[in-house]
Design a protein around this ligand. Structure first.
Ligand code: ATP
Length: 371
C-alpha cells in the first residue's frame, strides 16, 4: 500500500487490467466445475453446497481459515474423497461416481503442487520430474527431453543431477512445479504451495506461477490461507468458511468492496485500518469529530482524485489514514477522514462531493476531541 502517493498514469494501468480480465472471461469454458458439492463427516459439514467454476486460463484462489474445508475440497477434486451430494466436472467430464481406473486418467489431467514439496529424496531432481512421465509410459529419450524442457522452464536446468537435500525450499518447490507440469495437465492444483517458504521465496514462486499462467495459459487453482498470495497472483477469489463459499469475485473487486465479515478480517493486514488509538475511542454518540471510511475503486479511483478532493474542500475535513493500492492494475483507494461533528454544513458538502464521485462512504462513529 502506497500511502497517499499518486498513481503514475493510472489510466494506462487500468486499461491493461481491463483487457486482461476480459481475456479470462472470454476464455469462457470451465476446466473445473463444482455444482452443489457437499461432504459431511459425522456432525461436521466439511463442504456445504459448494458451487464453483475455474475458467480455462485463469488463476482462481480459494482462501479460508484452518478447518474451513480446503483439504476436503482438494480431495474431492482429485477423487480421493467422494462428495455426499453434488457434481464435480474436470474438463467437462463428471468425476463423481467414476471407478478408480477411470479416476486415474482424470488425475493425470491435474498437476498437484504440495506445501511440503513431496519429492523423493533418493531420486535426483531430473528423476523426480521424470516420474509421472515414466508412469505414463513415455519412452526414455522423449522423457529426458521433456525433463530438460521443464527444468529450463522453472529455472533449474543446472540442478538436474542434484538430490533434493541439496536444494533450498524455493528450489524444491520449483522441482515440485516442474513435476506437476510434466504430463501437460489441464489444471495446476496448488495446495498451500508457498506456506512453508519465507516471504522472498514466496514472491519468487508466485512470480513463477504467474508467468507459467501467462506463458503456457495453464489454469491454476490455488488454495491458501493468506490474502497476500491471492492479491499477488489470482484473477478471482472464493472465500470459504465452515464448508461454504461465502463470497467470490474478481480479486480487485473483493479487495475494494469485501462483503462478508470474514473477508474483511482476512483483508485486515492489507487494507488501511483506523489507527488503534482512534479505533479504541470510537463511539456512536455524536461528539467531537465524525469519522468516515471512504472507498473508491476502478475507473473512479485515479490518484488525481485525492488532490481534487483536498482542493475542492479545503479545511472541511482532516485526513487520518489511507492510501492507494493497485490490484490487477486497478486502483483501489481507501482512506479515513474526520469532520467536526458540530459543522454539519461541511459534513454535507464533503459527503455530497464524495457521492458525486461514486465513492462508497460509511460513517464509522465519532471520537471526542482531545481537549
Ligand atoms: N476424515 C475426516 N473425518 C472427520 N472429520 C474430518 C475429516 N476430514 C476433515 N474433517 C473435518 O472437516 C472440516 C474441514 O476440514 P479440512 O481439512 O477440509 O479443512 P482445511 O480448510 O483444509 O483446514 P487446514 O487449513 O487446517 O488444513 C474440519 O472440521 C475437519 O475436522
Amino acid at each position: 500500500m502506497t500511502v497517499f502517493s499518486e498513481a503514475a498514469a493510472p489510466g494506462a494501468v487500468m486499461r491493461g487490467v481491463a483487457e486482461g480480465a476480459q481475456d479470462v472471461a472470454a476464455a469462457g469454458d470451465s476446466v473445473v466445475r463444482l455444482q452443489n458439492v457437499s461432504r459431511r463427516f459425522g456432525q461436521t459439514q466439511a463442504l456445504k453446497a459448494v458451487s464453483l467454476r475455474v475458467r480455462k486460463g485463469e488463476i482462481l484462489g480459494i482462501i479460508g481459515r484452518s478447518g474451513a474445508g480446503k483439504s476436503t475440497l482438494i480431495r474431492c477434486l482429485n477423487g480421493l474423497e467422494q462428495p455426499d451430494e453434488g457434481v464435480i466436472e474436470i474438463e467437462g467430464q463428471r468425476i463423481t461416481g467414476l471407478s478408480e481406473k477411470q479416476l486415474q486418467k482424470v488425475r493425470s489431467r491435474v498437476g498437484m503442487v504440495f506445501q511440503h514439496f513431496n519429492l523423493l529424496s533418493a531420486k535426483t531432481v531430473a528423476q523426480n520430474v521424470a516420474l509421472p512421465l515414466k508412469i505414463a509410459g513415455m519412452p526414455k529419450a522423449q522423457r529426458a527431453q521433456r525433463v530438460a524442457e521443464l527444468l529450463e522452464l522453472v529455472g533449474l536446468a543446472d540442478k538436474a543431477h542434484h538430490y533434493p537435500a541439496a536444494l533450498s525450499g524455493g528450489q524444491k518447490q520449483r522441482v515440485g512445479i516442474a513435476r506437476a507440469l510434466a504430463a501437460s495437465p489441464a489444471l495446476l492444483l496448488c495446495d498451500e504451495a508457498t506456506s512453508a517458504l519465507d516471504p522472498e521465496t514466496t514472491r519468487s514462486i508466485l512470480a513463477l506461477l504467474k508467468s507459467l499462467n501467462q506463458r503456457l495459459g495453464i489454469t491454476i487453482l490455488l488454495i491458501t490461507h493468506e490474502m497476500e498470495v491471492i492479491k499477488s497472483v489470482a484473477h478471482r477469489v472464493a472465500v470459504i468458511d465452515a464448508g461454504e463459499i461465502i463470497e467470490q469475485g474478481p480479486v480487485w473487486q473483493v479487495f475494494a468492496h469485501p462483503q462478508a465479515a470474514l473477508t474483511r478480517t482476512l483483508l485486515r493486514g492489507l487494507l488501511p485500518q483506523l489507527p488503534d488509538y482512534l479505533a479504541a475511542r470510537l463511539s456512536q454518540q455524536k461528539q467531537g469529530e465524525a469519522i468516515y471510511s471512504v472507498h473508491f475503486a476502478g475507473q473512479e479511483a485515479q490518484g488525481e482524485l485525492l488532490t481534487r478532493f483536498a482542493c475542492a474542500l479545503p479545511g472541511a475535513f482532516r485526513l487520518i489514514q489511507g492510501g492507494i493500492d493497485h490490484i490487477q492494475h486497478y486502483a483501489v483507494v481507501r482512506f479515513f477522514i474526520a469532520i467536526p461533528a458540530s459543522n454539519s454544513a461541511d459534513e454535507q458538502r464533503v459527503l455530497a462531493w464524495l457521492h458525486q464521485q461514486q465513492a462508497q462512504v460509511e460513517k464509522v462513529g465519532y471520537v471526542a476531541s482531545d481537549d
